[in-house]
Design a protein around this ligand. Structure first.
Ligand code: ATP
Length: 354
């Protein structure tokens, strides 16, 4: 197994800078997800790790081996990088059985027949496809076909697996199941995975750490919890989960905490200091981090319900408070109708850079 180190990686396609000086240290056995909107450079980064794309600048190490460095004239081709890859269109060969699909990479390397058989059966068991070896892809579900693609990548016993939106062709339920399967498999075999997705729930469910990307740059790298609870900036806060961006009166920032005053001094919040020291700040409050109350309490602010949507396990409110609209999601213990006067209590907030 191996970690991956990416140093100041750049990829330009003519005028377009697809990847703009990114740095990433992926530990051995880690599940790292590159998450971001379409066109942010995720796939290009993955393809450079694989060796399918030649970087414009920067260095990539797989384990201790420098596999790519334009300035040093180094470029190790994909087949020498010991990497397994699975893509969105899982590309299993329709005319081959499951066994032959998985055996294919071993056959072209001319491994002895009994060794191929042993390796294929072991990996089919790993992805829970034992008993399916004589079926053809059209006799399998989408999830099973995707597992064939995983098995075919794993059979080479790669040090690193690269997965590019591997679940996006599956329906919602299967996608959720496969998330757990891939995560389980990774835990079992302890392989390093770099996973590309634009789906934040998928990233949150599987990753040890997430790198949130936009326009070729990384905004933040952290565990799902860190990225959700302490987003580095407004882009990350808005991309991961729902967020209110609130203007505040003033913020007193100390070493370990910050005191923020809102709504003409009616509400005071103590929160963590911003992760970045410089620049304009805004207060991020998740809709689930606000209580909606019938009666005033200390440190609450009055508002009027503009919209109330009952969603079963939660009620989603839009509340007008002194010129700002605030989204609140609460348990439906008491439902406030449109037009009701309510009081909001902010339980947790984060100061972030704009
Ligand atoms: P998606 O989720 O839509 O796949 P992505 O984050 O993976 O997006 P990339 O595919 O890495 O994004 O693309 C990053 C940028 O580089 C985009 O602006 C894209 O148009 C551009 N790009 C990618 N490949 C090429 C290419 N071969 N030639 C020119 N431009 C490219």
């Amino acid at each position: 197994m191996a970690g991956i180190r990416i140093i100041n990686l750049v990829k330009k396609f003519g005028e377009v800078t697809a990847v703009d000086h990114i740095n990433l240290d992926i530990k051995d056995g880690e599940f790292m997800t590159l998450l971001g909107p379409s066109g942010c450079g995720k796939t290009t980064t993955l393809r450079m790790i694989a060796g399918l794309e030649v970087p414009t600048d920067g260095e990539i190490y797989i384990g201790d081996k420098l596999v790519s460095s334009p300035s040093k004239g180094i470029f190790i081709p994909p087949e020498q990088r010991n990497i397994g890859m699975v893509f969105q269109n899982y590309a299993v060969w329709p005319h081959m059985t499951v066994f032959d699909n998985v055996a294919y990479p071993l056959k072209i390397r001319k491994l002895p027949k009994d060794e191929i058989e042993k390796k294929v059966m072991r990996v089919l068991e790993m992805v829970r496809l034992k008993g399916f070896e004589n079926r053809y892809p059209h006799q399998l579900s989408g999830g099973q076909q995707q597992r064939v693609a995983l098995a075919r990548a794993l059979v080479m016993e790669p040090e690193v697996m690269l997965l590019d939106e591997p679940l996006s062709n599956l329906d919602a339920k299967l996608r959720e199941e496969m998330r757990f399967e891939i995560k389980d498999l990774q835990r079992k075999i302890g392989i390093t995975i770099v996973y590309v997705t634009h789906d934040q729930a998928e990233a949150m469910a599987m990753s040890d750490r997430i790198a949130v990307m936009e326009k070729g740059r990384i905004h933040q790298i952290g565990s799902p919890w860190e990225i959700y609870k302490r987003p580095a900036d407004a882009f990350v806060a808005g991309f991961i989960g729902l967020a209110n961006f609130l203007k505040f009166d003033k913020a007193k920032i100390e070493e370990n905490h910050a005191e923020v005053t809102l709504f003409g001094g009616k509400v005071k919040i103590t929160c963590a200091p911003p992760l970045k020291k410089k620049g304009e700040l805004i207060l991020v409050v998740r809709p689930s981090e606000i209580d909606i109350l019938k009666n005033p309490e200390p440190n609450t602010v009055e508002g009027i319900v503009k919209r109330a949507t009952f969603l079963g396990d939660i009620v989603d409110y839009l509340v007008q408070v002194e010129g700002q609209e605030i989204r609140v999601q609460s348990k439906p213990t008491e439902i406030f109708n449109t037009g009701s006067k309510v009081y909001l209590k902010i339980n947790h907030a984060t100061l972030v850079n704009l």
